[in-house]
Design a protein around this ligand. Sequence first.
Ligand code: ZN
Length: 160
Amino acid sequence: MTIRTQEEIVTRIWALRADRGDIFGFREEVLVEALDLDHARQVIAPRHPSEWTQRVDHETYARDYLRFAIGKILDHRSNSASRSVDKLSELAWLLGRDDIVAAMDHPGYPMYGAPKVKAFADGFAWPFLDDLDGDDRLALARMTEGQQCDPQGCERGCAD
Ligand SMILES: [Zn+2]
């Protein structure tokens, strides 16, 4: 479910294109899947309409995507982490949470976006650290605070 109308989603896609804030199209990807086929046709030209899949349950998708995003942070995958932050931000918008979008916009981009992803999880009161085990939990907690994952010093990119 989304509180956004189809027209609002189309308008947001045009706005993202206009201000070039979504160079790789990751935000648009999330938005387009929230459109029905008629509205999707306004922004893309699906070659085979039968391949079109509309996502209806954004909340389940967002919860799953949050776990994926946390994995990318822990794996120190900067491109994937950046992509997942973009997608989570659009999911927050689709779910009607402008406050979370703003909270995610606020900080810079330290530690593979860990503070932004935490802002997303906290905004929805969804688990962030809770279902991680010892080492991962400690690493993610540290990264969220802008510290290197390992107190001894990280050799995988935190210091870059
Ligand atoms: Zn690290």
